[in-house]
Design a protein. Structure first.
Length: 323
């Protein structure tokens, strides 16, 4: 599993199992005792019980997903969430005296389990990610950060494939910048993440406007594919191309004299051939890959199964596209 995916999976586990609220209750009882020495202090540990059982429901849902199931097994979650242990926990959590609660090995195990998950997440975020990749999707886009996932059948991508992917991304960023911002500038792509594993994550940073446009370009195309299927039909695919927001922006710039007719054709060619190349190499924004095509079919599996090479390009385009 890639570093980025490991951290994101761990975040989901901590959130779904309600680790922070469960440990907060324990910490509240402990902190209360430390401030009032030599007194019998009461704390309503029964507040944890409903959290524990909602956590159990989410645990069972996570078990249905292979990636989470293997992780939960490794961290010993089954020892916490088996029926016998939960019944014992429910009984012990009725006490209101902190020292009675913590005399129970089941309570100590529960507290240490959830505290361990939280500490593991803190360490993983610190060691494995940087501030640019450790953000939610919308915050990342606002920072000009866009994460791509490469769906692969083996455990590696060759250096030649990396070069083709990175070149296509750089060319797509550059032409998008010329269309949206200023045709006189060159727009470089900063590679902020290369994260290999069963699939590969590639993180790039550019202008926020460019990152957003590229994401929605892929989303428009993928929505079309999942809603209408793939048609190797030049007339239908031209209709898709003409409907794309970036294509309309090119046409607007040509009409207003910002771009010449020749530049408009060149930029259209670059956009569609580079997008075709990337999708053909099974590269999509990670936010799209991790989504669902249907309730039973993930976008990742669909991308892996489909042959989408040459989806936007005509035979003439393919002949003109220099590798």
């Amino acid at each position: 599993m890639q570093k980025l995916d490991f951290v994101q999976h761990l975040k989901t586990v901590v959130d779904k199992l309600d680790s922070e609220r469960i440990t907060d209750h324990f910490d509240s009882g402990l902190n209360l005792r430390s401030t009032i020495k030599q007194e019998i202090v009461e704390y309503n540990f029964a507040k944890i019980t409903p959290l524990l059982f909602s956590s159990k429901v989410n645990y069972e849902n996570l078990l249905l997903q292979d990636n989470y199931a293997s992780f939960l097994k490794e961290v010993g979650a089954d020892k916490i969430y088996n029926e016998d242990n939960l019944a014992r926990l429910a009984r012990v959590l009725t006490t209101e005296q902190y020292y009675m609660a913590f005399k129970s090995p089941e309570i100590l195990q529960l507290y240490q389990f959830h505290q361990g998950l939280i500490k593991m997440l803190e360490v993983a975020e610190s060691l494995l990610l940087n501030e640019l990749t450790d953000k939610d999707f919308l915050s990342s886009l606002e920072s000009g950060v866009l994460l791509f996932q490469v769906v692969i059948d083996n455990d590696y991508i060759s250096s030649e494939e990396y070069i083709r992917i990175l070149d296509a991304l750089q060319e797509l960023v550059n032409v998008t910048g010329k269309i949206l911002i200023d045709k006189e500038d060159n727009y470089q792509t900063d590679i902020i993440l290369l994260d290999s594993g069963s699939d590969t994550n590639i993180g790039i940073q550019t202008f926020a406007e460019v990152a957003k446009s590229i994401f929605f370009l892929f989303k428009e195309i993928w929505d079309y594919i999942t809603n209408h299927g793939i048609y190797q039909n030049e007339k239908k695919n031209k209709a898709l191309l003409d409907s794309l927001a970036i294509r309309k922006e090119i046409q607007k710039n040509v009409k207003e004299g910002v771009l010449s007719e020749a530049e408009g054709k060149e930029y259209t060619h670059l956009v569609k051939t580079r997008v075709d190349k990337l999708i053909g190499m099974k590269v999509l924004p990670k936010q799209i890959v991790t989504g669902s095509y249907t309730q039973t079919q993930t976008n990742r599996n669909l991308l892996d199964e489909l042959n989408i090479k040459g989806f936007l390009t005509s035979e003439q385009d393919k002949g003109e596209d220099m590798e």
